[in-house]
Design a protein around this ligand. Sequence first.
Ligand code: AMP
Length: 193
Amino acid sequence: MSVRIVLMGPPGAGKGTQAVRLASRFAVPTISTGDIFRANVKNSTTLGKQVVECIDKGLLVPDQLTNAVVADRLAQPDAASGFVLDGYPRNPDQVAALDQFLADRDVELDVVIEIVVEAEEVTQRMLRRAQVEGRTDDTAETIAERLAVYTAQTEPLAEIYVNRGILAQVDGLAEIDEVTERLVAAVDPFVGG
Ligand code: AMP
């Protein structure tokens, strides 16, 4: 069985954690653009040097770079039978790039899930996470910018996927295990499970 899932939601909604759990349920890889970029920053690669400033400001990395990174990753053999995309697409240009990539291979997304958590809650979560993980973009100022970018550029994508009949919304305000079960339950109808 193949399953192609996009996980949307504001920063701090728990996308990263849940993407890994969902991917293991459906036996597909997690593809997280944020993780890929952070690994490149850590290793000081050419890509890392190109993206570090955007990440630290809370701005989107340019589409040209992001789309190329994702196409490269999706083309790897383990993603042929499916994936959970965490943090991509984030604007209309990225939606178009993903559509093209999938259309070229004659496949489609099964479901886009939006994890819904209000801004005040995600802000508190990210401030707590800052003390544990030490992410350079979990500062009060960058958190505010990332939320603004999400509201302006990414949240509107939900409508595109509603119109395609593949959007599911999940309330992300619950214990981690409970949210995972909600996500699995939301995916099932779209994958014939
Ligand atoms: P995340 O871990 O998903 O919150 O991503 C951390 C940062 O990486 C974001 O604030 C952006 O600077 C960058 N980033 C991650 N995914 C994307 C994307 N799809 N498009 C542009 N920038 C991204």
